[in-house]
Design a protein around this ligand. Structure first.
Ligand code: NAI
Length: 336
């Protein structure tokens, strides 16, 4: 109401904007971690970047620390230094883990990354339980439910502050749609819902802004390209890794949005994978409004008036997403 508006302006005059937040990156020496740390170092909203990894983080920190942007860079190596890395931070970003390598099954990847995420989130619960937690480590459809279970076991779970980072799906959707329809890139915004793997990624092309029309063939081609964007990069890199630069860009955008929300900006919207009541699934990616306390509102309007194609794709993704969520929950619950 208007009263709150006046009060808000009054408060803003008394208190300078905080504009100075601490961000921790766990897995900071990795393919995603390094460029992500660089982009975070460039943010005017950041006062300190805490870099954690099990190895090689000292060099990354020394290198970054020579950039003459305002934030301080601190390095932390190994589990004994993890608590100090996390104390006092506002946002924790987790790109730690292994990307899939030739000869590795999905189950191998799941087991390694599930254990890494579990261990790291336990430390977050013990040292900065109020921080926003951004999970990048795949499979996000399972690692986010694992993180939720760990936080519940520790008695500090706030579903509004736990996010699976799906920003790369939105970034890809925006880029591919702009190219296809010859639109100015900066203007294009496509909401992407569901999950963060294969067919669970559902770009809502009918909700593209600015309003754009697509033929059935274009919808099919764009949807499949957005869902398989990761594979495009893996194949082009030919054994040398997966998406790291575009992922770092996308993760940095999600960090910046979170910091703007923490700083009191009332107009911050992002898609992300969160605990959700939008569908019958316990976790679901959708557009949300971010505020000082995390998720402030879920934008349910995006799911109204879907095209037939989108309705069908939504129903088709649910069994796979449900199974991935349950796999994560089961993993976390069977641990001692
Ligand atoms: P990478 O292997 O280059 O880097 C991973 C880093 O994590 C390494 O520096 C490693 O030392 C570190 N690490 C391993 N165990 C750790 C632990 N217990 N604590 C702290 N750090 C630890 O891999 P990359 O390419 O950076 O990918 C990282 C993760 O991000 C993978 O799980 C990958 O699947 C995922 N990913 C997610 C995307 C998304 O859209 N959410 C997109 C691309 C990748």
């Amino acid at each position: 109401g208007p009263k709150r508006g006046v009060m808000q302006r009054f408060t803003n005059q008394l208190q300078p904007r905080a504009s100075s937040f601490k961000v921790a990156v766990l897995g900071a020496a990795g393919g995603i971690g390094q460029p992500l740390a660089l982009l975070i170092k460039m943010s005017p909203l950041v006062s300190a970047v805490h870099l954690y990894d099990i190895a090689n983080v000292k060099g990354v920190a020394a290198d970054l620390s020579h950039c003459n942007t305002p934030s301080q860079v601190l390095d932390f190596t190994g589990p004994s230094e993890l608590p100090n890395c996390l104390k006092g931070v506002d946002v924790v970003v987790i790109p730690a883990g292994v990307p899939r390598k030739p000869g590795m099954t999905r189950d191998d990847l799941f087991n390694i990354n599930a254990n890494i995420v579990k261990t790291l989130v336990e430390a977050v619960a013990d040292n900065c339980p109020d921080a926003f937690i951004h999970i990048i480590s795949n499979p996000v459809n399972s690692t986010v439910p694992i993180a939720a279970e760990v936080l519940k076991q520790k008695g500090v779970y706030d579903p509004k502050k736990l996010f699976g980072v799906t920003t790369l799906d939105v970034v890809r959707a925006n880029t591919f749609v702009a190219q296809k329809k010859n639109l100015k890139l900066i203007d294009v915004d496509v909401p992407v819902i569901g999950g963060h793997a294969g067919i669970t990624i559902l770009p809502l092309l009918s909700k593209t802004r600015p309003s754009t029309t697509f033929t059935d063939e274009e919808v099919e081609e764009l949807t499949v390209r957005i869902q398989n964007g990761g594979t495009e990069v893996v194949e082009a890199k030919a054994g040398a890794g997966s998406a790291t630069l575009s992922m770092a860009y996308a993760a940095a955008r999600f960090v910046e949005s979170s910091l703007r929300a923490l700083d009191g900006d009332g107009d911050v919207y992002e898609c992300c994978f969160i605990q959700s009541e939008l569908t019958e699934l316990p976790f679901f990616a959708s557009r949300v409004k971010l505020g000082k306390n995390g998720v402030e509102a879920v934008i349910s309007a995006d799911l109204q008036g879907l095209t037939q194609y989108e309705e069908k794709a939504l129903e088709a993704l649910k069994p796979e997403l449900k199974a991935s969520i349950e796999k994560g929950v089961a993993f976390a619950q069977k641990q001692p």
